[in-house]
Design a protein around this ligand. Structure first.
Ligand code: EPZ
Length: 434
């Protein structure tokens, strides 16, 4: 396993290329199981989660080939080649536990398999570091389309007699809309008979991106990006060409990296509209962001203001940037209050940040962050993807050396993060764990 060694104190300055969105590419790869002919995906980031999804759909009869592009942009990471996907065998229907246990987004194959093949066996994704990850809303939505389910030996087994049938349904849960649940049911409805209306649908840009792909394949989806999505079922979907949207969470993470080091970054290929609530909070902290055709300039004032923030479904502040903002607020003047409404247990980063001299007190789903003058470098442990990113951000500004073990968590969601950070002045290197 690899570790990062970071010597803190360098101000970041320069350009970073934002990669394609992990959370858009994952369900889109699963959706390709429903297409006839070849689909070409552009801007798919090289991440371990995407490797896992490519392996999973490969076992389900979809060939995945990545072209080597070789081109690079300046001293940035090599540009990723296109991904060609084509279903050549529809006989398999089982998503195995050893893939699902490492990546719960595997659940995204459930809707496409039921819609296209009439049968699906998907291992029940367990919980993970950020808390319990139920899939009851996925199952309930697919049941309303006519799928029948049973659980057996830790697997969800779904079957469709004949063809799925569209209906009007409410899809929200106790914590609000479900992103992957919306995508799963939307995919299935694309090939169902008649009209489906999803009320209480998730509005995230990743839902919109998947709907755009499906419409290019011949689906008839409208209202995506709003809480009410309408799908007119069609008989088949044909492969297409599609570019994955930029990763708004990676972009937000680097915006905070600029702020925490009191630096100045130009973030290329971003969509600031996908981060409107993040820009709002960061503006209050004292971070200046401006945009110029897809490039975001981000810099911070010397003084960081303490703020209150509550994570919400889109367009609210995303839970996937909660840990990163907390790292920044460790150095703000005064007391900040962060409330986690989506995953109330998503605070594994608190203990590690406190080891670096932060003063954070967790009270249930709320963390109170008392700003300190400086953080000290320390040996810390990565636990989940975004908590690990928060530790990298803290290491960039901490006094002395920070060692982060188990960085495979970071490799799940950040493409070449140490190269991108080194290219703008960070003193960070990847080493083999002791
Ligand atoms: C997606 O997960 C993202 N993952 C998560 O990003 C992100 O944190 C989350 O959406 C919220 O924005 C991918 O897109 C691959 P949800 P998802 O269903 O869809 C509850 C990252 O770091 N719920 O929107 O699985 C659930 O417990 C990852 O990149 C049910 O109760 O999340 C949570 O409280 C982490 N029943 C809330 O809904 C269900 O059937 C929102 O979860 C499904 C969800």
């Amino acid at each position: 396993m690899d570790s990062f060694i970071i010597h803190g104190g360098n101000r970041l300055k320069g350009k970073i290329e934002i990669s394609g969105s992990k959370n858009s590419a994952l369900p889109i790869l699963a959706a390709c199981l429903m297409a006839e002919g070849k689909t070409v995906l552009k801007g798919v980031p090289r991440l371990s989660d995407l490797d896992s999804m490519a392996k999973l759909i490969g076992e389900l009869g979809c060939d995945v080939f990545r072209h080597e592009s070789g081109a690079t942009l300046g001293d940035g990471p090599a540009l990723n080649g296109n991904l060609d996907l084509q279903v050549t065998d529809e006989s398999m229907c089982e998503a195995r536990y050893d893939i699902v246990k490492t990546m719960r987004a595997s659940i995204c194959v459930l809707g496409p398999l039921l819609a296209k093949r009439g049968r699906a066996i998907v291992s029940i994704p367990g919980g993970c570091a950020i808390g319990d990850r139920p899939v009851d809303l996925h199952v309930r939505g697919l049941q309303k389309l006519g799928a029948e389910f049973r659980t057996e030996n830790g697997n969800i087994i779904g079957e469709v007699r004949g063809r799925l049938k569209g209906c009007r349904m409410y899809l929200g849960g106790a914590q609000g809309p479900t992103v992957l649940g919306t995508i799963n049911v939307m995919c299935a409805a694309a090939l169902a008979e008649g009209q489906t209306v999803l009320v209480g649908a998730a509005c995230e840009p990743e839902v919109v991106d998947c709907a755009d792909l499906l419409n290019k394949m011949g689906a008839k989806i409208t209202g995506h990006g709003t809480p009410e999505i309408r799908i007119e079922g069609v008989d088949k979907l044909i492969g297409c060409e599609h570019r994955i949207i930029p990763d708004r969470i990676e972009c937000g993470t680097f915006m905070i990296a600029a702020a925490i080091t009191n630096g100045e970054l130009e973030l290329k290929h971003c969509n600031l509209d996908h981060l409107i609530a993040v820009v709002d909070r960061m503006d209050e902290v004292g971070i200046k962001t401006s945009r110029e055709n897809g490039t975001i300039h981000c810099s911070s004032a010397r003084r960081l203001n303490a703020v209150e923030m509550t994570t919400q479904p889109y367009p609210g502040f995303p839970t996937d940037l909660q840990a990163q903002l907390m790292a920044l607020l460790c150095l703000a003047d005064g007391m900040s209050v962060i409330t986690e409404r989506i995953f109330p247990d998503r605070f594994l980063h608190v203990g590690e940040l406190n080891r670096m001299g932060a003063r954070i007190r967790k009270e249930g789903a709320t963390a109170v962050v008392q700003g300190v003058k400086e953080l000290q470098g320390a040996s810390v442990m990565a636990s989940d993807l975004r908590a690990s990113a928060a530790l990298v951000l803290a290491g960039l500004v901490a006094k002395g050396t920070t060692r982060i073990d188990r960085v495979y968590h970071i490799d799940r969601g950040y493409e070449k993060i140490e190269q991108k950070l080194r290219a703008v002045g960070a003193d960070i290197e990847r080493v083999k764990e002791r």
